[in-house]
Write a protein that binds this ligand. Structure first.
Ligand SMILES: CC(C)(COP(=O)(O)OP(=O)(O)OC[C@H]1O[C@@H](n2cnc3c(N)ncnc32)[C@H](O)[C@@H]1OP(=O)(O)O)[C@@H](O)C(=O)NCCC(=O)NCCS
Length: 136
């Protein structure tokens, strides 16, 4: 039984999921506590209190909501857990009447989001990024 809840993860849980996804080799070097505290909404998928999936929303509760870090534990993918988390994100935006949702799919996963109504903006509106130099 998978329970979907809007609740903050622990730093250990977030680090474990980042490492499992291969996104960060050394997540403990980041201030994950600060990152967790400053996120608008966390969505967790839990089974017997163990977190098997996660996503975070950054939102102004009016205009925009951006979905980040949708990660399903690698041994539990393709079982509908990601869909449950995305449906919770959609429900959050409907409840709050947030006008627009955005997300930035990882390579090969853009097609995943069309089932939830997301569309690519097109080549003339690419996602843009700039990494900020970090102190060593
Ligand atoms: C991408 C990810 C979040 C999908 O979550 P998931 O729980 O494995 O997927 P679901 O079980 O909810 O899939 C629901 C449906 O989408 C389909 N689907 C899954 N991944 C897909 C993909 N990359 N492209 C298109 N369809 C996909 C499934 O086949 C399923 O279809 P079905 O109902 O007809 O069987 C998960 O694979 C993951 O955590 N990947 C690693 C981290 C990552 O890259 N996250 C995305 C960040 S943008």
């Amino acid at each position: 039984m998978t329970e979907i809840c809007r609740e903050k993860p622990t730093t250990d849980t977030l680090a474990r999921l980042y490492r499992d996804a291969g996104w960060l080799e050394d997540p403990e070097t980041l201030d994950l506590k600060k990152s967790i505290e400053n996120t608008s909404v966390w969505i967790l998928a839990k089974e017997a209190k163990v977190v098997v999936g996660i996503a975070r929303l950054q939102t102004d509760y009016v205009r925009y909501c951006c979905v980040y870090d949708l990660i399903i534990r690698s041994d539990r993918r393709r079982e509908g857990i990601g869909r449950k988390i995305m449906n919770e994100a959609l429900a959050f935006c409907e409840e709050n009447r947030v006008q627009v949702m955005h997300l930035w799919p990882t390579k090969g996963n853009a097609g995943y989001y069309t089932q939830f109504g997301f569309q690519a903006l097109g080549p003339d509106q690419p996602t843009m990024m700039k990494a900020t130099p970090q102190p060593t």
